[in-house]
Design a protein around this ligand. Structure first.
Ligand code: NCD
Ligand code: ZN
Length: 350
């Protein structure tokens, strides 16, 4: 990294948790990511989900065909774990380089998770094989018992599912995806091996008031849901100190406006477009710009045992705040961009 007060040159970042969907939406949203990221862990919760190595291979082909010529971007595929997942398929797909990880969605926890895992004990044999082969398990860490309050689901998941799983399979490498609570941050901080966590830009810059106070704002509704301010501060503390266990996963999750603004609107924030600019501004506001590169470009690669990107990304601090467009138009409808509700002066030098 080289830096002066108004310019910052860092290793080109990666996004360790990204939803790009498929077909027209994928074509429309992909450039928002490869403008600043070299690689991204691609979430498998399509309809139908990416459940086999063959599915992942064909999805990778569709992604590569959607990338404009001249653009460089490496999609890192994942498999969606179901109670029918075959350990051999997982291990083979990983060893052939088709996938980089497996995603665990507790059944019913979030968008398109109905094919996920209802009983974690049933997939322990697959998880044991993954542990043996050193394949990362990416976890959507929310309890699904409808009795549990939505704001408590992450903390309960850690106690009821994650901690027993870690005791059973201590060598399994796990990423707690999009952590949102001080319980999750401190759980990761107390573990010295085989555990990392992604954190999203929106959970770092906003709390639940923006979604609920003074009117309901469906574009801030995501899962795990935004939490209270004390949790946001715990996430900031985890992200900005240079701790290798924490890295960027935008969880950019585009939905057409019609699906967001509905009597039962769906969860997901489309934040890929200005994720790095927003984080640069946040880290700058907190006097932590020196640790931006670790969070967005280095720690995730270390966890996944991948080389750092050779390309660089230069950011500069403009005198005027970035004007962010409000929507992305696609052939099938509009998608509203994430608004961080703060001025962002950092910009990418194109
Ligand atoms: C994601 C989606 O829309 O696919 N939604 C979200 O709110 N984050 C699913 C997920 O990551 O939970
Ligand atoms: Zn996600």
């Amino acid at each position: 990294m080289t830096a002066n007060l108004n310019q910052l040159k860092i290793t080109k970042p990666d996004d360790w948790h990204l939803h790009i969907r498929d077909a027209e939406i994928m074509k429309a949203v992909l450039p928002a990511t490869y403008r600043w990221a070299s690689r991204a862990i691609i979430m498998p919760n399509l309809v139908p989900p990416i459940v086999t190595g063959a599915d992942a291979l064909s999805y990778a082909g569709r992604i590569k065909n959607s990338i404009e010529s001249g653009a460089e971007f490496e999609p890192l595929l994942t498999l969606y774990l179901t109670q029918n997942t075959k350990a051999e398929d997982v291990v083979e797909s990983y060893q052939q380089g088709i996938i980089k990880a497996v995603k665990l969605y507790p059944a019913g926890a979030t968008t398109n998770s109905q094919n996920g895992v209802a009983d974690i004990k049933k997939v322990y044999p697959v998880l044991a094989a993954m542990s043996e082969a050193s394949i990362p398990l990416l976890i959507h860490g929310e309890a699904t018992d409808p009795q549990i309050d939505i704001f408590d689901r992450e903390a309960v998941f850690i106690e009821q599912i994650l901690e027993p799983l870690r005791r059973e399979l201590p060598d399994l490498r796990i990423v707690m995806e999009h952590i949102t609570t001080k319980q999750a941050a401190s759980y990761v901080l107390n573990e010295s091996r085989n555990l990392g966590a992604t954190i999203t830009p929106h959970h770092l810059v906003l709390n639940r008031n923006v979604m609920l106070a003074g009117g309901i704002r469906p574009h801030y509704y995501c899962l795990p849901i935004l939490k209270r301010e004390s949790h946001r501060l715990a996430l900031i503390d985890a992200a900005i100190k240079g701790d290798k266990r924490f890295f960027l996963g935008t969880d950019s999750a585009p939905h057409l406006d019609g699906a967001k603004i509905d009597v039962c609107g769906c969860a997901g924030v489309f934040n890929a477009t200005f994720a790095v600019e927003i984080l640069a501004q946040l880290f700058d506001n907190l006097g932590a710009l020196n640790n931006l590169e670790g969070f967005v470009s280095l720690h995730g690669a270390d966890f996944y045992k991948l080389p750092y990107n050779k390309e660089k990304l230069t950011l500069f601090k403009s005198n005027t705040a970035l004007e962010m467009p409000k929507t992305l138009q696609t052939e099938v409808g509009n998608i509203t961009l994430f608004d961080p509700l703060m001025p962002v002066y950092w910009q990418i030098l194109e």
